[in-house]
Design a protein around this ligand. Structure first.
Ligand code: HEC
Length: 130
């Protein structure tokens, strides 16, 4: 009896594993917006480059930009500024970096991508940088 219960449980677990594939992460464009406006823009406005409006580029341009992962004319990477280590380094002075400290890098990258696509000049809601 006991063996068959265990067997049934194991079978059910196995079936469940097949029936429920790993959930794809659903990007949170609002979190991407907060991050872009609070972390990315904070640095841009302190530099000669100034604020960069998402609506300055089309969706395909943002998609290509993020995929290339080259930032500041190739001097560094966009992913650097999405990373936990970057958030950690500015958390004392940046509330959004502190708030999202524990968000996995890939989720934040997806959030940012969702916001830039939505805010692009041909996006659903063309957006400014702040
Ligand atoms: C620590 C400062 C800093 C942070 C943080 C930062 N940037 Fe930048 N970014 C710059 C500077 C400086 C430039 C201008 C580089 C140049 O023109 O030489 C720039 C340029 C850009 C450009 C123009 C194209 C290019 O790469 O030259 C884009 C787009 C951009 N940043 C996106 C982002 C995004 C998205 C984030 C946040 C995930 C971000 N940046 C965070 C400093 C920063």
């Amino acid at each position: 009896m006991r063996t068959s219960t265990l067997f049934t449980a194991a079978l059910a677990t196995g079936l469940l594993a097949i029936a429920v594939p790993a959930q794809a992460y659903e990007a949170d464009w609002k979190r991407g917006r907060v991050y872009y406006r609070s972390v990315c823009t904070a640095c841009h406005v302190a530099n000669p480059v100034g604020g960069i409006n998402p609506s300055a580029r089309a969706k395909v341009e943002w998609t290509a930009y993020l995929a290339a992962d080259k930032h500041a004319k190739g001097k560094d990477k966009v992913s650097t500024y999405l990373s936990k280590s970057y958030r950690n380094s500015v958390k004392a002075t940046n509330k959004a970096a502190e708030k999202y400290l524990d968000v996995p890098d890939q989720e934040l990258a997806d959030d940012l991508k969702a916001f830039l696509n939505k805010g692009a000049k041909d996006g659903d809601a063309p957006a400014s940088c702040s």
